[in-house]
Design a protein around this ligand. Structure first.
Ligand code: ADP
Ligand code: MG
Length: 493
């Protein structure tokens, strides 16, 4: 936790002088140390360099207390820029990459205003804030964040509504009344049509990951929702990019919005090491398993282009002894969520995903992102590798490419302001010597930690009966354990 804070604080400190800020969590520990030193040398500027505090922004005391509880010390750049504007009642368009703290940037002012309305007008059961998010996972993440920031507010309900789950509990929740509803556009429309969601008292509408919602085909739904909201409502639109469709929408539906862009100095964290490896299509699975054998990984996401490829690669990895699973848009939402949970808990280590299915995933233990299939563009590359290096940790991004795809490499280096090092595939010799030492370690481990007495006796009697040396018997057992898979790998051509 303190790592997160350090990273975010460092980001807030360096960026306090300008609105073109870099994303939080993106400074390496060395850089953080460097910044601390330099701010000590510049004594006259020390106050400025300390940056903005949450207490400077005019946030309601109960919400401030909740921020302290969750351990946030200082606002991230996008938070420092947008919270005061939203508290003033302005419409805001916020452009910032993932991982920059956008959720609190809209949730904190929303809750702060709703808390004050509650003080003025007494309790209300009406839906006062509506947040639209592109996927169920993101809706749930946002709802969870709202709930934690609303911890000290009385009589306050946050309700996630999304497709692919039963209407019953959502209907009951809406009937009881939820001041904040977080939903996917399709399901929100369903509830509007059913009459179960009433937006007539809406104060605050948020579009989270607006570009992604449009990419997923929700443009019509989002426009309809805009039209169903009352005139005076405040709108916050957050997006990683600003396609023309969003510009048009914000012209049409937002009231003189203030546009805040938090530019990342480096769009990816300097805490993410980027490497590429040249590998032909037919050798990719072998290449990946070799890399996984020599890399020190915790959780991994391997990105592929098609839904079918997610299943295919996950099956192949499982067949080679890895704990892997696939997620893609065709897999039922509830199942997808279970899979992500399994990754979080370490029940699986490798998630094979399409871009859409893994969008916005925030699992701290992801140590490696593998671009197994090359991304469509640099933007999707940046989104992909942003799944690692979470919460100030170090991350590794590995890109598989063929010589023909070299052009993308230059584009990526330009977009990330960081070089992508060439990595060579672990040689067969490296992999094989690792396998030998692992084999030996497993024996040592078993002897030290397991009760082997039963088998010791069986082997001893076999040895006596058949007059075969113990080493021969052990070798036979190892062959039995190994099964059909070859113990040594061959050099790739
Ligand atoms: P985004 O929506 O921009 O991708 P999130 O809102 O999901 O980013 O935030 C990314 C992570 O940073 C989350 O784990 C969140 O809890 C954490 N975070 C956000 N703001 C702060 C802050 N001011 N201090 C510490 N951690 C923060
Ligand atoms: Mg977000």
């Amino acid at each position: 936790m303190s790592e997160i804070l350090d990273a975010l604080n460092a980001a807030a400190e360096t960026d306090s002088d300008a609105t073109s800020q870099s994303a939080p969590q993106e400074n390496s520990p060395q850089e953080n140390a460097a910044q601390e030193n330099s701010s000590q040398e510049d004594a006259p500027q020390e106050n400025e360099e300390r940056g903005v505090l949450f207490t400077d922004l005019g946030i309601d005391g109960r919400v401030l207390a909740a921020l302290r509880d969750v351990g946030y010390e200082k606002p991230s750049p996008i938070q420092a820029a947008t919270i005061p504007l939203l508290l003033e009642g302005r419409d805001v368009v916020g452009l910032a990459q993932t991982g920059t703290g956008k959720t609190a940037a809209f949730a904190v002012p929303a809750l702060s205003r709703l808390a004050e309305l509650h003080d003025q007008n007494g309790p209300s059961r009406a839906t006062q804030a509506l947040v639209l998010a592109p996927t169920r996972e993101l809706a749930l993440q946002v709802a969870e964040a709202f709930t934690s920031y609303a911890k000290h507010l009385e009589d306050f309900t946050v309700l996630p509504v999304y497709g692919g789950s039963a209407y019953g509990p959502q209907l009951a929740g809406l009937r009881r009344g939820a001041q904040v509803v977080v939903g996917t556009p399709g399901r929100v429309i369903d509830h509007l049509e059913k009459g179960s969601l009433d937006l007539s008292e809406l104060q605050y509408l948020v579009l989270d990951e607006a570009d992604e919602m449009l990419r997923m085909g929700f443009a019509d739904d989002v426009e309809r929702i805009f039209q169903e909201t009352p005139e005076g409502r405040q709108v916050a639109l957050f997006s990683a990019t600003m396609p023309s469709q969003i510009r048009r929408m914000s012209k049409q539906y937002l009231n003189d919005p203030e546009e805040i862009t938090v530019k990342s100095k480096t769009t990816t964290g300097t805490n993410i090491r980027q490497r590429f490896v040249q590998v032909m299509g037919s050798h990719k699975v072998d290449a990946l398993t070799r890399i996984l054998e020599v890399e020190d990984f915790d959780g991994v996401i391997a990105f592929v282009r098609t839904k079918m490829a997610t299943e295919d690669l996950a099956d192949k990895l499982k067949a080679r002894g890895f704990q892997a699973a696939a997620i893609n848009g065709d897999i039922a939402q509830a199942q997808r969520e279970r899979t992500v949970e399994a990754l979080r808990e370490g029940k699986i280590d490798i998630l094979v995903a399409t871009d859409v299915a893994a969008r916005g995933l925030d699992v701290e233990r992801i140590s490696h992102v593998v671009n197994y299939d090359i991304p469509h563009d640099t933007e999707s590359y940046v989104h992909r590798i942003g799944r690692t290096g979470r919460a100030g940790r170090k991350g590794d991004a590995i890109l598989f490419m063929t010589p023909r795809e070299k052009f993308l490499l230059r584009a990526i280096e330009k977009a990330t302001h960081q070089s992508v090092e060439q990595m060579s595939l672990p040689t067969a010799e490296t992999v094989n010597s690792l396998r030998m030492s692992k084999f030996a370690d497993q024996i040592t481990d078993t002897l030290e930690t397991e009760d082997v007495s039963l088998f010791r006796e069986l082997i001893a009697s076999y040895e006596a009966e058949h007059d075969v040396p113990a080493a021969e018997i052990a070798a036979a057992l190892a062959v039995m354990v190994q099964g059909d898979a070859p113990f040594f790998v061959q050099e790739l051509p």
